[in-house]
Design a binder for this molecule. Sequence first.
Ligand SMILES: Cc1cc2nc3c(=O)[nH]c(=O)nc-3n(C[C@H](O)[C@H](O)[C@H](O)COP(=O)(O)O)c2cc1C
Length: 369
Amino acid sequence: MTQLKNEAIKFAYWVPNVSGGLVVSNIKQRTDWSYDYNVKLAQTAEKSGFEYALTQIRFTAGYNAEHQHESVSFSHGILAKTEKLKVIAAILPGPWKPALAAKQLATIDHLTNGRIAINVVSGWFRGEFDAIGEEWPEHDQRYARSEEFIRALKGVWTQNNFSFDGKFYQFKDYTLSPKPVQKPHIEIFQGGSSRAARDMASRVSDWYFTNGNTPEELKKQIDDIREKAKANNHEVKVGVNAFIIARDTEEEAKAVLQEIIDGANVEAVKAFGDATKEAGAATTEGEGNWAKSTFEDLVQYNDGFRTNLIGTPQQIAERIVELKSVGVDLVLSGFLHFIEEVEYFGEKVLPLVRELEEAQKNQITAKSA
Ligand SMILES: Cc1cc2nc3c(=O)[nH]c(=O)nc-3n(C[C@H](O)[C@H](O)[C@H](O)COP(=O)(O)O)c2cc1C
């Protein structure tokens, strides 16, 4: 089922618009959630070969992060100071209604020459929804709502006199003007790993984001999505989360991982583990983003250690190409000290990835000749 692709694998990074970085640990981090830090990071990332940045949406964080900047406005702030980078703004159906999202994003698309994208997140943290007075539909209903949200966005972005009669949303003869710059519409990502998440991706999303995992486990998910998407006459690309620790030696990289885990904020990680039970582990199939996560996995809140991009540049580059061979199109990366590590990744790891990809391409061409 999995096919070797010739397209270069893409790289995104998590925007640290939430305080405390990407790990629930007391380890010292030079990462900062401020706007100034994020502008410098985005400029460094676009020079270093990153094509996308992903902002996070949090009204409250389930793992003790004290401060969170709002994702759509923060994304726009980053776009205003960069030239090539595409910024993916996370949006939660519930607080956002599709008419507002469609209008707001179309305007940002015009202001930034077609560089905004969205990540539709279906919600996992009940405490957050309760805190802001939003209702909390059960797991699969959250995805049913997200699917309508995406169908409505696509309709508004591509059609005049758009009408939609859904369970959650209704439109009557609505024409948005101006339409987005991007055609056919602004790129749509989604996050989640459960069956409901995969089914939705196979019907309506351009991209499926999933938590960190091994190539074997990812292959199962990807084969499932691609098979279903084919049956739906739809194509979906796949991005996987990875917390990258690249150092000159493997020992150094592993020591950093150990230090992060040893410094884990145990109470916050446990509380986060409990909160995730409202998400993936609570589905009837027992599948989903955090259904199999251990305590150590949860120290990076999207299982980023599991992808094992931890080692020397050569080891990491080889593992990235292995991810590509099971069907991954994009690596969504987190780092401990973002700016300097993004720079190191661009200088030391990315050129090796491109060399390995080139060698793989030549092999395929030689075989088929
Ligand atoms: C890459 C990625 C990014 C996500 N970003 C956010 C986010 O910013 N805010 C949020 O509340 N949930 C976020 N989520 C959570 C998902 O939308 C979803 O609620 C969660 O993964 C549980 O889904 P599941 O039970 O279907 O696996 C993200 C998930 C992934 C994989």
